[in-house]
Design a protein around this ligand. Structure first.
Ligand SMILES: [Zn+2]
Length: 258
């Protein structure tokens, strides 16, 4: 009996240790110690506006209207399954100068996924977007910003560059847009990456929260322009920081632009 008790105890200890290595330490490494993921980029005057969790037919069309009026190029981190169901919205995003990247195949809690499911969040999503929409993606922002050891180590996941954000303001709760604006401006610096949400379907989000996000856009555009900054897509922001006239030192040449 005592022997049996020890075995159970050791199995328990081993399980906890595995969980810490698989799901705990990778998040400590990326989110607390800020290793491996891009959370802001070198820039003097540019910032990136990004949206997670969409596309959503109830909010994304009006958000696209607002972005077009404000002349803001944005980056959409989409859920691949939703993107495949909303092809018109995806076509519109691209034709209006926005960038599309991966948030996941579904809005899953990555730390608790199996290695296979973890790869599907990036590689499966990437394949679906390519097959259905002809979309090539290069960046991955994990759902809830959480990952596991497979996200960091598997070549299938590493093929996409990992990104989080520098400005997050709780817009998934219904919040007046002037409060959102104030929170953003308190944190935003050149090279900053703002994350907002164009869907309220995610667990923890409040119904109707993206309405304030849509109303926020013109005021955010104005405030950023007043500071002498401008919006770029995430990839453009990453590239411009590498230009010879940028402050960041690098020998990566700017690819030719059409
Ligand atoms: Zn999300």
């Amino acid at each position: 009996m005592a022997m049996f008790g020890w075995i159970v105890l050791w199995l328990l200890v081993a399980a906890v240790a595995l969980l810490v290595i698989y799901a705990g330490l990778p998040n400590l490494w990326v989110r607390v110690l800020r290793q491996r993921a891009v959370y802001r980029l070198p820039s003097e005057q540019e910032v990136a506006l990004t949206f997670d969790d969409g596309p959503d037919p109830r909010y994304t069309p009006r958000l696209l209207d607002a972005l077009a009026d404000a002349q803001i190029p944005a980056t959409f981190f989409v859920i691949a399954e939703k993107a495949a169901r909303n092809r018109d919205l995806m076509t519109r995003m691209r034709s209006e100068g926005h960038e599309v990247q991966i948030h996941g195949y579904r809005h899953w809690m990555v730390p608790f996924l199996t290695p296979r499911q973890t790869k599907d969040q990036v590689d499966g999503a990437s394949r679906l977007l390519m097959a259905r929409l002809g979309l090539k993606t290069t960046w991955y922002r994990p759902t809830w910003g959480l990952l596991n050891l497979v996200t960091l180590l598997s070549p299938a996941c590493r093929a996409h560059r990992l990104v989080t954000w520098s400005v997050m303001v709780g817009d998934w709760r219904v919040t007046p847009e002037d409060v959102l604006l104030e929170r953003i401006l308190r944190k935003l610096r050149p090279g900053g990456i703002i994350v907002l949400h164009d869907s309220d379907e995610t667990w923890g989000a409040e119904a109707g929260a993206p309405e304030s996000v849509i109303r926020l856009i013109p005021r955010l555009a104005e405030a950023v322009a007043e500071r002498g900054w401008r919006f770029r897509t995430l990839s453009d922001l990453a590239r411009s920081g590498n230009q010879p006239d940028g402050r960041a030192s690098s020998h990566i040449p700017e690819p030719p632009r059409a």
